[in-house]
Design a protein around this ligand. Structure first.
Ligand SMILES: C[S@@+](CC[C@H](N)C(=O)[O-])C[C@H]1O[C@@H](n2cnc3c(N)ncnc32)[C@H](O)[C@@H]1O
Length: 245
């Protein structure tokens, strides 16, 4: 069965497209400024996706293990690995909840992934780290005029709540000294009416909103220009870096 993330993998940025690397590069540079050295380290990338973060870190790291539940995302990551002849990345398809780690890693990274959705997941992540943890997530509600309008027209409240500040507060309550920073992260998605209808339908399905394809197509009509729809999304992402040992 194709999952939401398999669906998203088709248009998700890849390390082979420079624009997808802009924000991850800024984030990783900031992690370095916080004193983290990736050189010769073992890394676990939880919810690695197409490898945007791993592709940057692999230039220095000794070895990276990427774990992700979506075969579509991993397939796109493998295309990058084959294209660039990268030899120090190993990919495993698994839900992080079922991930059977056989070792600890110097650095554990989780970027923009629901794989770390609870404090229990956060503890699993920390247990897998010998030293450093890196957590990246939206730190404020995403704002997409097109999606906001569609939700309003359907009479649905946009209930997105960021876990970023809860995570930071929780880590500090455990006594960790946490480095933090924020980045603007905006992107454009362009597609045909059918492609964007599918995209909006998948997002609504994820929010448990039931609506027909015909209705979504009708709601999208005002956004059609020359048979295409462009969707802009504006967001802020937050970075947390802390040492568990
Ligand atoms: C928004 S993408 C982020 C990908 C990558 N970390 C990045 O920042 O570009 C979220 C990723 O998390 C993966 N994911 C979602 N839930 C997961 C879970 N429970 N276990 C492992 N991976 C998961 C998805 O398949 C997807 O590749």
């Amino acid at each position: 069965m194709e999952t939401f993330w398999d669906f998203k993998s088709k248009n998700y940025p890849s390390p082979l497209d420079a624009y997808g690397l802009v924000t991850p590069t800024k984030v990783i540079n900031k992690v370095r400024e916080f004193g983290v050295d990736f050189h010769q380290k073992s890394i676990l990338d939880i919810g690695c996706g197409t490898g945007l973060y791993s592709s940057i870190i692999s230039k220095e790291a000794q070895h990276i293990t990427g774990v992700d539940l979506s075969s579509g995302m991993l397939q796109r990551f493998k295309e990058y690995i084959a294209h660039d002849g990268v030899e120090n990345i190993e990919l495993l398809q698994s839900d992080f909840k079922l991930f059977d780690a056989q070792q600890q890693y110097d650095i554990v990274l989780s970027a923009m992934t629901p794989a770390i959705g609870s404090f229990e997941d956060l503890h699993t992540m920390m247990d897998l780290s010998k030293k450093t943890c890196i957590y990246v997530s939206f730190s404020a509600p995403r704002h997409s005029p097109l999606m906001d309008d569609i939700l309003a027209l359907l009479g649905v409240e946009n209930k997105y709540k960021s876990k970023f500040f809860d995570t930071k507060e929780y880590l500090e309550s455990l006594g960790y000294q946490v480095h933090e920073d924020f980045f603007e992260h905006n992107w454009l998605q362009e597609g045909t009416v059918d492609e964007m209808t599918d995209d909006v339908l998948e997002h609504l399905k994820m929010k448990d909103i039931e609506v027909t394809r015909m209705k979504v197509k009708e709601l999208l009509q005002p956004y059609v220009k020359e048979d295409k729809i462009i969707r802009e999304t504006f967001s802020t992402i937050g970075l947390l870096v802390w040492h568990v040992a």
